[in-house]
Design a protein around this ligand. Structure first.
Ligand code: HEM
Length: 397
């Protein structure tokens, strides 16, 4: 079984670097991250608009996932390493393509988890799994090494610099809980990078699938964008809270797809009683998020995709309590550390794309929403996506 991404106590260390957690209240670093995130997502979303239009010119249709994944990887790369890659960059492409194989391999399960002796036999999937981890680690090690070589304490460029700063902070003394040992920096960046791009891409990709299968919802989001933001300026993170239907749509995408049906495996540290059920010490436990999101006691017609379930009767507000019932980022101490980053990214990518483009699926294209079994639930790729520019934009022919 793959190890959970966060195996070195990185949560406490990361929280120390960014007090309050990413997106938590009131620290300069968090504000800087917010600015960085906004800048990079806007740039990438703008790139996608141009790319999708170009693909329409050249091929009349396209498959969006392969472009989304590079854009999302670029955002997390820019935040961790201050570096954006060209979409044709072979190093980054190899990484994201490798990551897909990784997802396939982990989806297959590993019999050695149940019969430990099997681990001594050759296994193709274990080899792929190890190869991916090696490649991923060497990619990150290279970036961290470059950062050490060019580090300037008066110019903290990104998360890696900030981790190095924390590691070199002599004032903390050797035994402080917040001091980061040098060799852990790669693990920390690995946690963020590894957990951050496949998940967010999957969320965006499911969003596009729901949009093309529900054109009236797409129109309603676009009307809301036109009314609230207009067509002149691009959406910003500060627009969150002013677009209730769009936010309800995103919540419903998370709930209905439940694309991370289970959390990362955890283990009980002592005998535990939960809701009257006894769970012994050292038992592997997961949260079944899919069940919570499709529980008939919590949701009316849970199998129906209906963003309005999250709106007040007059449609002007998102019901916060209902929104909080949607379970996609786990629960408790080990819940997702990148939740806010992920929510912000999904919001900004979608609003920027939908402000300018109308998505559809061309004739003969089949949209198959059946979830594919895996580490996360993906859908079958659809090669028949089309876009249309909603209005002539300045500087775009
Ligand atoms: C839509 C996107 C995302 C979803 C649905 C998601 C969901 C999750 C879930 C379900 C867990 C396991 C929680 C548990 O086991 O209780 C998790 C853990 C984690 N996530 Fe995310 N995540 C997303 C994006 C991100 C991003 C963008 C980052 C980093 C920037 C990130 C970093 C992490 C880390 C480091 C952990 C391990 C936390 C720990 O073990 O303490 N995630 N995520």
């Amino acid at each position: 079984m793959p190890k959970p991404p966060n195996t070195v106590g990185s949560r406490s260390i990361l929280l120390a670097v960014t007090p309050g957690g990413f997106g938590g209240p009131g620290t300069t670093l968090v504000e800087e991250l917010l600015c960085l995130l906004e800048e990079h997502v806007s740039k990438e979303a703008e790139y996608l608009v141009t790319k999708f239009l170009q693909l329409m010119e050249e091929q009349k249709r396209f498959e969006p996932y392969r472009y989304l994944v590079v854009s999302v990887a670029n955002v997390i790369c820019a935040m961790c390493f201050g570096k954006r890659y060209e979409h044709e960059d072979q190093e980054l492409l190899r990484l994201v393509n490798f990551s897909e194989e990784f997802t396939d391999v982990t989806a297959a399960g590993n019999p050695a988890d149940f019969i430990p002796l099997l681990r001594y036999l050759p296994s193709r999937s274990m080899k792929l799994f190890l190869d991916f981890n090696r490649y991923f680690l060497s990619f990150l090690q290279k970036r961290v090494k470059e950062h050490y070589e060019t580090y300037d304490e008066n110019n903290i460029r990104d998360i890696t610099d900030s981790l190095i700063e924390q590691c070199l902070d002599k004032k903390l003394g050797a035994n402080t809980a917040t001091q980061i040992p040098k060799e852990k920096i790669v693990n920390l960046v690995n946690d963020l990078f590894g957990a951050g791009f496949d998940t967010t891409t999957t969320a965006l990709s499911w969003s596009l699938m729901y949009l093309v299968t529900n054109p009236s919802m797409q129109r309603r989001i676009q009307e809301e964008l036109d009314r609230t933001i207009g067509r002149e300026r691009r959406p910003r993170l500060s627009d969150r809270g002013t677009l209730p239907y769009t936010e309800a749509f995103i919540l419903e995408m998370f709930r209905h797809s439940s694309f991370l049906p289970f959390t990362i495996p955890h283990s009980t540290t002592k005998d535990t009683v939960l809701n009257g059920h006894f769970i012994p010490k050292d038992r592997c436990v997961f949260v079944n998020q899919w069940q919570v999101n499709h529980d008939e006691k919590l949701w009316k017609d849970p199998e129906t995709f209906n963003p309005e379930r999250f709106l007040s009767a007059d449609g002007t507000k998102v019901n916060k309590e209902d929104g909080e019932k949607v379970l996609v980022f786990g629960l408790g101490k080990r819940r997702c550390i990148g939740e806010n980053i992920a929510r912000w990214q999904v919001f900004l990518f979608l609003t920027t794309l939908l402000q300018q483009l109308e998505f559809s699926v061309g004739e003969g294209g089949r949209v198959d929403m059946t979830p594919l079994y895996g580490l996360s639930l993906k859908h079958k790729r659809c090669e028949h996506f089309q876009v249309r520019l909603r209005f002539p934009a300045k500087g775009r022919s």
